[in-house]
Write a new protein. Structure first.
Length: 304
């Protein structure tokens, strides 16, 4: 073998060895971190079937937030429901927040609050309710307890998250004062979940979207890329999700390298499409025009 060819072969083999070694290290780091932090996950979501992706560059992820401290009446119901959409081609993240008291049609034809769907049939039924009422396809799901949210924020944002708090808030022993400040996990959680005022869930959804916008805009350069597998493993071990590991890491790379555009948000129900009704079998609910909101959602997702 001629010397230049031998040098080229050795160089290529060395590069291949480095790539394989990095891949093995990443896989081992991810799995080890996942096992160390793995929580006992509920069996309710094992039969989840995601809708087919309309494009290999676009995906929708349903995010369900549970508050394990809820009273007996709401035990097992979703406290927060959001749908994230990401276009890998345009790098545009979008967020749809759905009010927990939205009165929607269920698979059996009956009506109930959307937050009851998770208690009745987990992520699968919640997905079906979104399919039926809004023609909204769901590819993947993430279910997270509020305590885990707080831990994940502290893991990803050790220096905290900068937030311009819109009002004074006191919840679960945490005092938050209006104005710009840096919040760590538990404080950020209380800011996002507060709804004990005249705005109720409407104000809370607005603050949740503010928090999500801050998380995305401040995600660049949070951690070195080589630490991503280990951090991703810790996070995946704390949540219930069917998002594939490879996809999870690919998405994280886009956000951590600052490749994504600013977050676009939509609240459902939209303006002038709903009213309160205190006289239903489900108690006080938000009755909405499902068709009008479905059209708003489709338009929101198509607009890049």
């Amino acid at each position: 073998m001629k010397k230049p060819l031998r040098i080229l072969t050795i160089t290529l083999l060395s590069i291949l060895l480095v790539i394989v070694s990095i891949g093995c290290y990443a896989a081992i780091s991810f799995q080890s971190a996942k096992e160390d932090s793995e929580a006992e996950l509920p069996a309710i979501n094992k039969n989840f079937t995601g809708d087919e992706q309309t494009s290999d560059k676009e995906l929708t992820v349903m995010v369900v937030g549970n508050d394990s401290r809820d009273d007996d009446e709401d035990q097992g119901r979703s406290d927060t429901l959001m749908v994230g959409h990401y276009d890998g081609k345009t790098k545009q993240p979008k967020l749809i927040s759905i009010m927990r008291d939205s009165y929607l049609t269920f698979p059996d034809g009956g009506l109930d609050k959307i937050n009851a769907a998770y208690a009745y049939g987990g992520a699968q039924m919640t997905k079906e309710v979104l399919n039926i009422n809004f023609d909204l396809p769901i590819n993947y799901y993430v279910v997270m307890d509020f305590k885990e949210f707080s831990d994940i924020i502290d893991e990803l944002y050790p220096k905290g998250v900068k937030i311009d708090a819109e009002k004074d808030i006191n919840l679960d022993g945490v005092d938050i004062f209006k104005g710009e400040q840096t919040m760590h996990g538990n404080t950020l959680l209380q800011y996002a979940r507060f709804r004990m005022d005249e705005e109720g869930d409407f104000g809370r959804v607005r603050r949740q979207q503010q928090v999500m916008d801050a998380l995305i805009s401040q995600s660049k350069d949070l951690i070195p890329i080589w630490e991503l597998p280990q951090v991703a493993g810790k996070i995946v071990g704390k949540i219930d999700t069917n998002v594939p590991t490879s996809l999870f890491i690919d998405l994280a790379k886009d956000f951590l390298t600052g490749k994504v555009k600013p977050l676009d948000s939509l609240s459902v129900p939209i303006e002038d499409s709903w009213n309160f009704n205190d006289d239903t079998p489900s108690g006080s609910v938000i009755e909405l025009d499902a068709q009008k909101n479905a059209e708003a959602i489709q338009s929101f997702l198509k607009d890049n």
